[in-house]
Design a protein around this ligand. Sequence first.
Ligand SMILES: [Zn+2]
Length: 247
Amino acid sequence: MIEIILVFIIGICIGSFLNVIIYRIPREKNIAFPPSSCPKCNNRLKPWHNIPLLSWFFLKGKCAYCKEKISLRYPLIEFLTGLLAVLVYTKFHHIDLFFIINFAIFATLLALSVIDLDYKAVPDSLNLLALTLAFFSSPDILENLKNALILMGGMSLIRFYISYLIKREAMGEGDIIVAGTMGAMLGTKLAVIAVFIASLIAIFPSLYNRIKNSDLELPFIPFLALGTFITWYFDDFFLNLWSRLYG
Ligand SMILES: [Zn+2]
């Protein structure tokens, strides 16, 4: 139990850093300097304004200086990252290099998802970081590399077909890099299932968009990330399902 709490605390601290990354990388700002300040009044945050999860609550979601509202998104991302750390831990049952790498990949995918929601595009720096880490997500690095290439090739192929059919560019290049990460982490079978699950979940918001008649572009990376996590976490279940369906 004590480990779980510890992992959660480390997780929310990493989540706090993810908030910095999500805010600064798309704006091409340095992620280490200067220290955080309020985007409205520019006052430097004191350390106690910066405690993951807790500060937002005792500041009642407002800047300590100018009372500008602080988005609920900040504590939410911290909480999600904490939860993510705990879930990844329950899969490994101990902290080792592979726990760290796999958690780092999912944390990066979380940051990419939020950035994709905001900008409908993601920075290559973070995306390639996730892919590179994914090569080392399990001991057989060559196998991981091979699976990454298969998924990236498959995703490019789908992209060519769909782009031809809808007569405009389907998906972003970012999606192809994420597909590589999925292949390396999950292996080809689970990665295909993950893409399928991602598409399945994405149907609902796209139907909602249709009904609302909004032509808002739907980001795909949050769905790919979610599909990746679900299949990774329940890998035995999905591999069983696959072998029962296809032998
Ligand atoms: Zn302020």
